[in-house]
Design a protein around this ligand. Structure first.
Ligand SMILES: Cc1cc2nc3c(=O)[nH]c(=O)nc-3n(C[C@H](O)[C@H](O)[C@H](O)COP(=O)(O)O)c2cc1C
Length: 170
């Protein structure tokens, strides 16, 4: 899929098919994250690839705003390192690489924001020095469920030409 098509069609997916994701595709998605750029090339991230079905089925306890995570074949717990100044920005770039690459393989995802970080740290034995930035479920989905409409502010509200306040159409 061409990059702009990927960016412009990307949608958050909250319902997934019960279908296995091949290992090669899982690793492509992970590579897309690992290859992201970062300030000073700090690479302030690590990723827990969750494939164990028993663990995945329990993840809803820790992801209250993304309980649909129990439906997927794989998920990624994204860790960022607070010792690096730009850890959240850098790791978010890795996340966007992963989500867009997954989309190009017809895999949907969703940034899960509300996480019981303490509980999840215990569950997955995550050392205290790491920040859990998000958990990303990845899975195939029913394409007919995508509306195709992106609810975004119109260009005139977010673009300025040459100086603040000058409309691009003037
Ligand atoms: C930082 C961040 C946190 C988010 N947290 C959640 C969440 O906890 N649960 C959820 O269902 N969606 C979550 N989302 C998805 C957004 O609601 C979604 O991207 C937005 O509504 C736009 O929809 P679209 O991605 O389909 O265009 C989050 C997105 C971001 C970037």
């Amino acid at each position: 899929m061409e990059v702009f098509e990927c960016v412009s069609t990307l949608s958050t997916i909250r319902s997934y098919k019960e279908k296995k994701v091949p290992d090669e595709i899982v690793m492509k998605v992970m590579e897309a994250g690992r290859l992201a750029p970062s300030a000073h090339n700090d690479q302030p991230w690590e990723f827990i690839i969750l494939r164990d079905k028993t663990k995945l089925k329990q993840m809803d306890q820790y992801c209250s705003s993304g309980t649909f995570i129990v439906q997927v074949d794989f998920a990624v717990v994204v860790l960022s390192d607070p010792r690096s100044k730009w850890h959240e920005i850098d790791t978010t770039r890795a996340i966007q690489n992963m989500v867009l690459s997954a989309w190009s393989y017809k895999l949907g995802s969703c940034w899960i924001g509300r996480i019981d970080k303490e509980g999840l740290s215990q569950f997955l034995k995550i050392p205290k020095e790491w920040n859990i930035l998000t958990v990303l479920p990845f899975g195939y989905f029913n394409e007919s469920m995508i509306s195709g409409t992106k609810f975004r502010k119109p260009p005139k509200d977010v673009f300025h030409l040459d100086e603040y306040g000058k409309n691009i159409d003037e």
